[in-house]
Design a protein around this ligand. Structure first.
Ligand code: HEC
Ligand code: HEC
Length: 403
């Protein structure tokens, strides 16, 4: 169970705008320090026929608790009900609003087995800026960090046993400014209601709805918030909006020179793809995890598996974190000495990913194990041999096994 980390009060969101004035219900985010003007949740501006797609600017919308000191990637206004959040034309019949299109990333994020569906709305005539950007974290090459037009919205629905539990929305209000909100489906399945403070064990399941501050923990790790609607994730032949679709529709300011292909055999592709989707948003050169571990694939570093940031910063690389439970990030043919494997194989304060999951992803673990087992035995650190035998492995490796 992940307790919501904010003091945001769900019931307050249902009542009235004024409640947010209560300092008790306020969680201040001063990251970045600059105060930005709160932009209204202007769905009307995004609707293709020009008519407001809901009651967004009326009574049914509230100021988010953080709005007073809204920072880039902060949280703006949102409608209280999903029926008014621009996804559905008619939520009762399940008819989607104009311009809503489904898509799927080629590598999935593990969410304790929940089934997911995703949709995107791109404002008509606008392009995704795919030029290289010098961003907050420095070095950005390879057009792997997209910047989305204001008015972009993405939705992700989680269901268990065929029943929708929650639908999340990310809605771009201004440069680097996104509304992040989750809606819990009502018991009768007719609408869903905003839960800014998150909810543990939602709707009698073991599924936790993250709070807005938890949305930020994961989503602000990426330059422009979006994590799975990206060049590499959309480079597939499946249904819905793909990289090919976006290129054909001239939705990108610059098309990639070629469609990125994750290198390697099936085992290698599955492993680095898994790490990209599940870990890369925190572990890349722009994020502040303190460890120089890069699991975000870059499309100009895909010629061979050995050229991927993933391979370069893991295989045969010693761990950096003080609390580390294994000596190497990946020790070829040795999962016990491989921190990546060890951290995925626990659910405790050292677990990876650190949030969003309470159950070990056995399939994901098997994917990583298969890759580790397939790596040639190497001696990357000037002669250290990775072996299963503590006796052969020298004092440092002994210590790692003893821990
Ligand atoms: C544990 C990390 C984590 C948390 C917490 C989290 N997300 Fe995400 N989210 C992701 C990842 C990774 C993806 C991309 C992969 C996918 O679509 O499954 C994603 C995808 C999405 C998408 C589809 C667009 C995109 O960025 O690819 C939406 C919409 C979304 N999240 C909304 C939210 C909202 C709203 C919250 C808070 C209520 C939230 N998320 C909390 C990790 C997280
Ligand atoms: C929400 C952000 C986040 C996500 C997602 C995440 N990590 Fe981490 N990771 C961190 C932070 C912060 C640290 C540094 C603190 C620590 O060691 O716990 C870290 C540290 C690590 C380390 C230690 C590296 C070293 O050199 O000591 C490993 C290994 C690791 N993560 C693996 C993973 C794997 C594998 C995944 C995906 C299955 C993942 N992480 C997903 C935030 C994240």
């Amino acid at each position: 169970m992940l307790p919501p980390t904010t003091t945001e009060d769900t019931s307050a969101a249902r009542t009235s705008r004024g409640r947010w004035g209560d300092p008790r219900g306020r969680r201040r985010h001063t990251r970045g320090g600059t105060s930005m003007l709160l932009l209204a949740f202007a769905l009307g501006a995004c609707s293709e026929d020009g008519s407001p797609a809901g009651n967004a600017s009326g009574d049914a919308s509230v100021d988010a608790p953080d709005s007073a000191d809204s920072t880039p990637n902060g949280t703006g206004e949102y409608p209280l009900q999903l029926s008014e959040a621009g996804l559905y034309a008619d939520i009762l019949t399940g008819q989607f609003a104009q311009g809503i299109r489904s898509y799927a990333p080629q590598f999935e994020l593990w969410s304790d087995g929940a089934r997911k569906r995703r949709w995107v709305y791109l404002p008509p005539g606008e392009q995704i800026d795919t030029e290289d950007f010098p961003g907050p974290g420095g070095d950005m090459s390879g057009a792997d960090y997209w910047h989305y037009p204001v008015g972009t919205r993405l939705y992700k629905e989680f269901s268990q046993q065929g029943r929708a539990i929650e639908t999340r929305m990310l809605s771009k209000l201004g440069p680097y400014q996104w509304t992040m909100i989750a809606y819990q489906w009502d018991p009768d399945g007719q609408d869903a209601t905003a839960v800014p403070g998150g909810l543990s064990d939602a709707s009698g399941t073991d599924h936790d709805i993250p709070s807005q501050s938890q949305c930020r923990d994961c989503h602000t790790a990426m330059v422009d918030t979006i994590l799975g609607f990206t060049a590499i994730q959309l480079a597939h032949e499946g249904d819905g909006v793909t990289l090919q679709t976006l290129m054909a529709e001239q939705r990108l300011t610059t098309n990639p020179v070629s469609v990125p292909v994750v290198p390697g055999d099936a085992v290698q592709r599955a492993a680095v793809g898994y790490l990209h989707a599940n870990c890369g948003h925190c572990h890349n050169e722009t994020s502040g995890t303190r460890v120089d571990l890069r699991l975000w694939l870059k499309h100009d570093q895909l010629s061979r598996i050995e050229d991927t940031p993933t391979y370069l910063t893991t295989v045969g690389t010693l761990t950096e974190a003080a609390t580390e439970i294994a000596t190497y990030r990946i020790a070829p043919q040795n999962t016990e000495l491989s921190a990546i494997y060890a951290r995925m194989n626990v659910r405790d304060p050292s677990q990876m990913p650190p949030l969003g999951t309470e159950q070990i992803d056995e399939l994901g673990l098997a994917t990583i194990r298969a890759w580790i087992d397939s790596l040639p035995p190497a001696t990357p650190d000037g002669g250290t041999t990775f072996t299963d035998s503590a006796a052969d492995s020298g004092p440092q490796l002994d210590a790692a096994i003893d821990r």
